[in-house]
Design a protein around this ligand. Structure first.
Ligand code: PLP
Length: 244
């Protein structure tokens, strides 16, 4: 029997494509990143086999547990959870291509040190707290440009863009403001013309708000439960470790 995951993937991809066309964007510009937290490797494999190969985990330990099961299936691994500096050395064992949640200089410095020692490079996005909710991680919008300037000086880290989690609200205009803010920060950073900084990626938009995010310029949308089904843990377990 055909797995529901395949239907969900097709459904979401169709919606993304339709949304791009509506907004006069090339569907190739928007990548579907699968948020796979709590999803067992065998379920993730179904998506990988169908050609949906961009996946993301939130916790280093969980990433590590799944790594051996998935390492022989070609995929592109992102990290989208809050990162503690004492976990960096573990994270780097698992072939992560992009860390989307860099939000402070000391974390970037420690990451750079470790990369340098291993003679490696990594792509990152800067996570911005566009909703200004205290419970959310991310650098404040006001401090983003400065942080980008400082991290740009670290040789083994390549800044590729920005990431945000929009406000959780039924007020679509308030959600849209978060994404517009991220887009405007991207434009300001491009204008500042900082050496070694690329701003090609805007990771924004999730299950409830990806269509707004695409309209506002997202290049990566992060979707989980709409594809793999509901999780048993509340979102706060993943987004704010102090409340977990
Ligand atoms: C879990 C998660 C998502 C996807 O959320 P769903 O509710 O599963 O669609 C997106 N972004 C981040 C940072 C996440 O942790």
């Amino acid at each position: 029997m055909r797995d529901i995951i395949l239907d969900n993937l097709e459904f979401i991809q169709k919606k993304i494509t339709a949304c791009c066309l509506q907004n006069h964007r090339d569907p190739k510009e928007v990548k579907l990143l699968l948020a796979t937290k709590t999803v067992p490797p065998a379920r993730i494999q179904i998506a990988l086999s169908a050609g949906y190969t961009c996946i993301a985990e939130n916790k280093v330990q969980e990433l590590g547990k799944k790594y051996d099961h998935l390492k022989n299936s070609p995929h592109n691994s992102h990290f989208i959870g809050h990162l503690q500096s004492n976990k960096i050395k573990y994270l780097l064992q698992y072939d992560v291509g992009c860390i989307q949640s860099i939000d402070r200089l000391d974390l970037a410095q420690k990451l750079n040190q470790k990369l340098k020692a291993d003679n490696r490079f990594i792509d990152i996005l800067i996570q911005v707290n566009t909703s200004r909710e205290e419970s959310k991680f991310g650098v404040s919008p006001e401090k983003t440009l400065d942080l980008v300037r400082q991290i740009a000086l670290l040789d083994n880290i390549r800044i590729k863009g920005l990431m945000t989690i929009g406000l959780f609200s039924t007020n679509k205009e308030k959600v849209r403001e978060c994404f517009r803010l991220l887009k405007n920060l991207q434009l300001a950073i491009i204008k500042a013309d900082i050496p070694h900084v690329s701003m090609e990626e805007l990771s924004m938009g999730m299950r409830g708000d990806y269509e707004i995010a695409i309209a506002e310029g997202a290049t990566i949308v992060r979707i989980g439960t709409a594809i793999f089904g509901a999780r048993i843990y509340p979102d706060s377990y993943y987004w704010n470790e102090t409340r977990a």
